[in-house]
Design a protein around this ligand. Sequence first.
Ligand code: PRP
Ligand code: ZN
Length: 285
Amino acid sequence: MSKLKIALQKSGRLSEKSVALLEECGLKFPNGGGKLITESSNFPVEILFLRDDDIPQYVEQKVAHIGIIGENVLLESRKDISISEKLNFSGCRLSLAVPKEIDYEGLSYFNGRKIATTYPNILSGYLAENGISATVEVISGSVEIAPGIGLSDGICDIVSSGSTLLSNGLREVDSVLRSQAVMVSNKNLDPEIQLILDRLLFRIRAVRKAKENKYILLNSPNGRLEEIIRILPGMNSPTILPLAKEGWSSLHSVISEEKFWEIIDELKEAGAEGILVVPIEKMIL
Ligand code: PRP
Ligand code: ZN
């Protein structure tokens, strides 16, 4: 039987969350012990653990059918593969940074200077767009030490929490690109492989939807129900159950977490009481 081959980052910012996503989708597979290829026991997939920078090429060549990488890696690779789904995790930015003591006053600082990076394609494009002429020093890792050892004046690298920059005496001065984890796919998948991918994407969307939404329960005086329903942008029409307490009802609905914080005060003002917000594990629409 055919198997969908998925390439994941072996170690790095995306690896743990990529594995967790597949597990939340119900896939069981051995993980650990340094094995670079593994199979799921309950879903037709084979998982390859690779260097993230190599994944676009492997997906283009169909060594793997799909992969999970940062948009930054995809753009830098310039490979002809497609994005099947944005995954909403491992958000970061590709930024320019300089030693913290530098008196930086704008991009023109980089004119005639050297910038070390593992992202030469994206960086060169950005410099050209902004009319800056700088030398791009391409290195393959540990970019943060380049200014300290006299290799460059600044760097262009991924910043997430910012702690790597901080511990290397650097300061972020400009952001080139925002990025997040995406699922990439080969453009010519065989129909039976595409079917497996569609099944997996269905699960991924259910998991993601569930994370973005919460189940809300609240009590409301019957006279206020209409107003409260108007405040709650529900998944569908809310469920309303009578409470033992005369003249009161319990209202259940689904709400995006973000919206909840926006409308909590309105709900209280409208007379809602005993508001409970609980996580949803899976959400199939
Ligand atoms: C990036 C970057 C830094 C780190 C920054 O590496 O090169 O090392 O993340 O994160 P922080 O701001 O939270 O400290 P990445 O995970 O992309 O790995 P790779 O470049 O080695 O593939
Ligand atoms: Zn990498």
